[in-house]
Design a protein around this ligand. Structure first.
Ligand SMILES: NC(=O)c1ccc[n+]([C@@H]2O[C@H](COP(=O)([O-])OP(=O)(O)OC[C@H]3O[C@@H](n4cnc5c(N)ncnc54)[C@H](O)[C@@H]3O)[C@@H](O)[C@H]2O)c1
Length: 256
């Protein structure tokens, strides 16, 4: 899929992995819609990138909000790429806490709503826009990239909601690729290990010590630019479809 001349939508585009993706896709010649809740960071990035990007305040859990972002994308050209890289708050607590209290059901629902339902919301609506594209010479209309996590496979203690949501994103990938194959729309999933982003909420040095030292090689946290480079490769390589790619320096989470 040729990026130049096409449009990409990146949810969480003002966050760590999302911003790196926005920059990478813009450098490759796409016009990018930064779809994020964070107005200050999103507007700032769009301003910096000039004609290559626009910011649209977007809540991935809301149908009208995602449709508004896609409408904005449609004014720039054909939507070729949609990347779900939004985050959200994650509570960390065991299924039963030390006092035996069960995990709060509303917290579990909220996490699934943002990470899984939000991803599906973006996927289904982006696909409906891509379906209107003229196919290229290979019959391709677009590519959707979802973000899971290695916690989808090795959920750590206290990650029940997050791991379940990310496992759902993994499960969604193949069926969506199959469903959308008659239209020439590919669906890929990236499962990152630990990448230093604002989501960690601590200084980089501290995060590197806590997380980077546990990565076999390279012995450091991932760089958001490495995630962005993978998104670009997926977008450009037509034979990648219906698969999950781990990008984790061979990291495998233990229980803690
Ligand atoms: N950083 C990592 O190590 C890592 C590892 C595995 C998976 N991931 C996944 O990658 C994605 C991005 O993570 P990150 O580290 O870049 O996080 P981040 O916190 O840096 O960025 C997330 C962005 O999503 C936005 N957002 C939150 N709720 C939203 C909503 N309802 N609608 C639209 N935007 C919303 C935030 O404003 C923020 O800009 C997440 O899904 C995360 O689970 C990250």
């Amino acid at each position: 899929m040729e990026l130049s001349g096409g449009v990409a939508l990146v949810t969480g585009g003002a966050g760590g992995l999302g911003e790196a993706t926005v920059r990478r896709l813009a450098e490759a010649g796409a016009k990018v819609v930064i779809a994020d809740l964070a107005e200050d960071r999103g507007e700032k990035l769009a301003k910096e990138l000039g004609e290559s990007a626009v910011f649209v305040r977007t809540d991935v859990t809301d149908e009208d909000s995602v449709l508004a972002a896609l409408d904005a994308a449609a004014t720039l050209g054909p939507l070729r790429v949609a990347v779900s890289a939004h985050g959200g708050p994650v509570a960390k607590s065991r299924v039963l806490d030390r006092e035996g209290n069960p995990y709060a059901l509303d917290l579990f629902r909220r996490t699934v709503d943002i990470y899984l339902t939000g991803t599906f919301n973006v996927l289904r609506l982006a696909a409906s826009f891509m379906a209107r594209n003229e196919p290229n010479e290979s019959g391709a209309r677009g590519v959707i990239v979802n973000t899971a996590s290695i916690a989808a496979f090795e959920g750590q203690i206290g990650q029940s909601d997050y791991s379940a949501a990310k496992g759902g994103v993994v499960g969604l990938g193949l069926v969506a690729a199959r469903d959308l194959s008659p239209l020439g729309i590919r669906v890929m999933t990236i499962a990152p290990g630990t990448f230093f982003t604002p989501a960690f909420g601590i200084p980089e040095e501290q995060a590197q010590q806590a997380w980077g030292d546990k990565v076999p090689f390279p012995r450091r946290m991932g760089r958001p630019a490495e995630y962005g480079a993978l998104v670009q490769h997926i977008a450009e390589n037509d034979y990648l479809n219906g698969e999950v790619i781990r990008i984790d320096g061979a990291q495998r989470f233990g229980p803690k």
